[in-house]
Design a protein around this ligand. Structure first.
Ligand code: MTE
Length: 288
């Protein structure tokens, strides 16, 4: 389930206390088993340097070089919220939301993973404020379009910009789904999607849309950027699934960044208990 900061700190304290804390250690271990807390954050160097942000570049180190000197680092949060809802708004102030810290595994469709300690808030809190009307079935997310900041938007780049992603409304309302504003207790860096991005831990990383400028409630299923680029390789759902290979490679296992070993990939990235019910009536092979 959740991996909030308090649990994480409890675990840290327990590890420091050592002998004499056997009873509480058992209680904590049980708690940890239930909450995925054994996830130790990866070295932050991976999160900061092994990035995908096509608006800057398709090359990971070039992405970091361009992003680190870009004005995106100083951009204030401003998300236009609209579409099928009672309370359209421009979101600039996050004081209404409960900021949480969660350590989640990010599994990229390219078959690597890292564990990331996010700071952010549950997207459902924002959705409850916006009040989608009954016709709203999906949430469409759009990244910032600013060719002054993003070189790949100037040159008719790889993807059709702005970058777009989507979730079913019930997926967006799930308590694991976050809007993140920080990583490793620091404000999001440009290369990681400053000032605010989506985090959906049971889906492949390309769903984690960066630098969000707009959120809309829609009746129709949005077409995400990667789906538009190649619908045979990148589906709308993009749930992590070891049994559904990418047409060009297996998804049964992946490289863990910072570790020598490969790891078996788990259905829904290990969050099956929490999210499996969302897909009980869905053919996961067709809806990949
Ligand atoms: N969001 C935007 N706007 N542009 C992108 O190119 N890349 C996606 C996703 N979000 C991307 C994006 C991909 S492919 C991945 S794996 C994750 O961001 C990577 O997040 P990270 O670089 O912070 O690890």
């Amino acid at each position: 389930m959740v991996t909030d900061k308090n649990y994480y700190l409890n675990r840290r304290n327990f590890l420091k206390l050592g002998a004499g804390t056997i009873v509480s250690s058992q209680a904590i271990a049980e708690e940890l088993a239930k909450t995925n807390l054994d996830l130790v954050p990866s070295d932050s160097e991976y999160a900061y340097n092994y990035v995908n942000f096509y608006e800057f570049s398709t090359n990971k180190s070039e992405c970091v070089r361009l992003a680190s000197k870009s004005s995106l680092n100083d951009k204030a949060i401003s998300i236009e919220i609209g579409g099928l809802c009672e309370n359209p708004m421009t979101l600039t102030d996050l004081s209404a939301f409960k900021i949480v810290e969660r350590v989640y595994k990010l599994r990229c469709v390219e078959a690597w993973s890292m564990n990331l300690p996010w700071q952010g808030f549950e997207l459902r809190e924002l959705i409850n404020l916006a009040k989608p009307i009954s016709e709203a079935k999906f949430v469409k997310f759009t990244s910032l379009y600013d060719p002054d900041i993003f070189p790949d938007q100037r040159f008719n780049g790889v993807l059709d910009y702005p970058y777009v992603e989507g979730l079913r409304l019930d997926e967006a309302m799930h308590p694991l789904t976050l809007l993140a504003t920080g990583l490793y207790k620091e404000k999001l860096k440009a290369q990681n999607g400053a000032p605010i991005r989506l985090v959906v831990p049971w889906k492949y990383g390309f769903k984690y849309i960066k630098s969000i400028a707009k959120i809309e409630f829609t009746k129709e299923q949005p077409i995400s950027s990667w789906e538009k680029y190649n619908p045979n390789e990148y589906g709308f759902y993009a749930n992590v699934n070891p049994n559904v290979p990418h047409p060009r490679w297996s998804q049964a296992s992946h490289r863990v960044l910072g570790s020598f070993f490969k790891e078996d990939t788990q259905l829904f990235n290990g969050y099956e208990e929490e999210v499996g019910y969302l897909y009980k009536d869905l053919d996961l092979r067709k809806n990949f």
